[in-house]
Write a protein that binds this ligand. Sequence first.
Ligand code: MD3
Ligand code: FE
Length: 202
Amino acid sequence: MQYYPQHLDAAAQTALLGAIREIIAAAPLYTPAMPRSGKPMSVRMTNAGPLGWVTDKEHGYRYQATHPVTGRPWPTIPPLLLDLWDGVSGYPHPPEACLINYYAGDAKMGLHQDRDEEDFAAPVLSVSLGDTGVFRVGGKSRKDPTQKFELKSGDVFVLDGDDRLAFHGIDRILPGTSNLLPEGGRFNLTLRRVTSRIYLNS
Ligand code: MD3
Ligand code: FE
C-alpha cells in the first residue's frame, strides 16, 4: 500500500469538504444496516458516482445506482477527487464509486475485507478529513496480526496488490484532533472501481 501523509493541504481539504457538503445536500447521509441481523452501523454513509455501496437487512452488501432512501441517482464524483485518482492511483480508468463514511464521536467500523467489487485488480483510494481515525490493518486472513495507524485529516491511502484484500477497520476516532469540521467527527472517502467492464467515452 502507499501512504501519502498530509497529501491534501488545508485549502484542498476545505475545498473537498465543500464538495462533500454539496453531495450530502443532494444525497443525505443514511444509517446502513447489517445484512440479516439488521443491526444499524454506527458510521453513516452516502455516495457519489455511477454506483454506490449500500447495505440493509433484506438485501445485504451491494452496489447500486440510486440512494436507498431518496431513490435518486447518486451525485457525480467531484473533479477534485477524479484528479486525485489520476494523480496517485496508477489506474488508467476512472473510479465508479465514491463511498462517503461519516464517523461521529463514538462511531467505529469492525475488521472486514472489501470484496463486493468485481475487479480486485483496481486499487482503492482513501482520503481522510476531520478528526484522526485509529485505523487497524492486518493480512488476508482474519487471524493475521494487525498494525495500527492514525489516519489524519488530509491523509491519502492507496490500497493495491496484496493489500487490496487485507482485513481492516476503524477502532475509534479521536475527538477534538481537527478543526476542519465545526460539528466534529471524521469523513472518509473511498474511491473504487466496481465493475470489470471498461466503457469507451467515459
Ligand atoms: C485496507 N473505510 O469504507 S479507509 C470502507 O476509514 C473502509 O472509513 C475505512 O474500510 C474508513 O470499506 C478505511 C482505508 C482503506 C480502504 C480500503 C482498504 C483501507 C483498506 C482495502 C484493503 C485494505
Ligand atoms: Fe473497507
